[in-house]
Design a protein around this ligand. Structure first.
Ligand code: PLP
Ligand code: SF4
Length: 345
């Protein structure tokens, strides 16, 4: 079951005095919470990291000077509905704009849960034609919205169509369903993902408390079907801007066979200023994980450059040119720097 603003109050997860506030936010941005997520919220904790991610707040209606309606430039790179083509070798395919939950920090909050939810059959077929006509497209990232909300039959049709395009080598799904509604990842959904091509699944998880036994089982069903599972985390002030929390999250993911792929610096989505921290603070957190936790637990820290210029790694580099010579200086995990010869070429 999906809970809206009034249900959050009926369940005792939000104080009744906040009803008007929640309704006002819900008029502007989509609101939804799954049962599995509601069960993780501690209503007695005003700083609960799960509630912060999903329960609407009046400050979302305030615009900050840095906010941008299209923070990562999806619009600019969309040649036709359902496709975003920013990098030469890969495209996003968005068959649906519906999500199982609506994250209060969402970078696509101006579009998800807002416009017509699904691409109709004709639009989807035009999106497939676009991919078919461009041999440089090596990978298709199926995202949205959340593609795992599609019926297994529709998912299977997408996998089959993409699998039938000779130049498409990799099909990657971006989804929050395994974390926020793990029961949905049943045998029918897993079977729908079967293909001769490489199928990857990237899940979205931000706090170690999200990694419940049911999530572990859902991920296990994907992995046992031969699907590599990756994760993406958004670095969020008040939710996971803490070295111990990030360490527990990444260790928990790796222990359930998920490879942390990206740690995203927050985007400039409207009304999300409360979640933003500085790049300097992000670098400190990432640095503190280096050397302390397994390399498997270290995602790449990236920023999607506002304006549609793509993602860039923003962690501090360990190597720098040594002034007045051709040599390099390379910092170890304690910060001590060591010389390294120039090499040739
Ligand atoms: C993030 C993104 C991708 C995928 O990038 P990777 O670095 O391969 O994960 C592809 N297209 C667009 C438009 C994106 O925003
Ligand atoms: S699941 Fe992803 S697309 Fe959907 S609301 Fe959350 S961040 Fe946005």
């Amino acid at each position: 079951m999906t809970l809206g603003a009034d249900d959050l109050i009926a369940r005792g997860l939000v104080a009744p005095e906040r009803r008007d506030e929640l309704r006002r936010v819900a008029e502007r941005y989509a609101v939804a919470v799954t049962d599995a997520v509601a069960a993780l919220i501690d209503p007695a904790d005003p700083a609960d990291p799960i509630a912060l991610q999903f329960v609407p707040d009046a400050v979302e209606l305030e615009t900050a000077a840095d906010d941008r309606p299209d923070p990562i430039g999806d619009e600019r790179w969309s040649p036709l509905p359902g496709i975003v083509h920013r990098y030469p070798d890969r495209v996003l395919l968005k068959p649906s704009l519906v999500c199982p939950v609506y994250c209060r920090f969402c970078f696509r909050r101006e579009t998800v849960g807002q416009q017509a939810g699904m691409l109709d059959a004709a639009a989807l077929s035009r999106a497939f034609d676009y991919i078919r006509e461009r041999p440089e497209i090596w990978e298709v990232i199926v995202t949205g919205g959340d593609p795992f909300l599609l019926s297994p039959r529709r998912l299977a049709a997408i996998v089959e169509t993409l699998g039938g395009i000779a130049h498409v080598a990799v099909i990657r799904f971006h989804t929050r369903v395994p974390v926020v509604d793990p029961c949905r990842v049943g045998p029918a959904l897993v079977a729908a993902l079967a293909a001769d091509k490489a199928v990857y699944v990237a899940i979205h998880a931000n706090h170690p408390r999200e990694l419940t036994p049911a999530v572990r089982e859902a991920v296990g069903r994907l992995v046992r079907a031969g699907i590599p599972v990756l994760s993406q985390t958004v670095l969020l002030r008040g939710v996971n801007d803490d070295a111990a929390v990030l360490e527990a999250l990444f260790r928990g993911l790796v222990a359930m066979r998920v490879k942390p792929y990206y740690l995203h610096h927050p985007d400039l989505a409207p009304g999300t200023a409360r979640f933003r921290l500085g790049i300097g603070r992000g670098r400190e957190l990432v640095q503190s994980l280096r050397g302390r936790v397994s390399g498997l637990c270290q995602p790449s820290y990236v920023l999607d450059i506002p304006g549609g210029y793509g993602k860039s790694p923003i962690a501090a580099s360990g190597a720098s040119p040594r002034e007045g010579s051709d040599e390099w200086l390379v910092a170890d995990r304690t910060g001590r720097r060591h010389r390294y010869p120039p090499g040739s070429g």
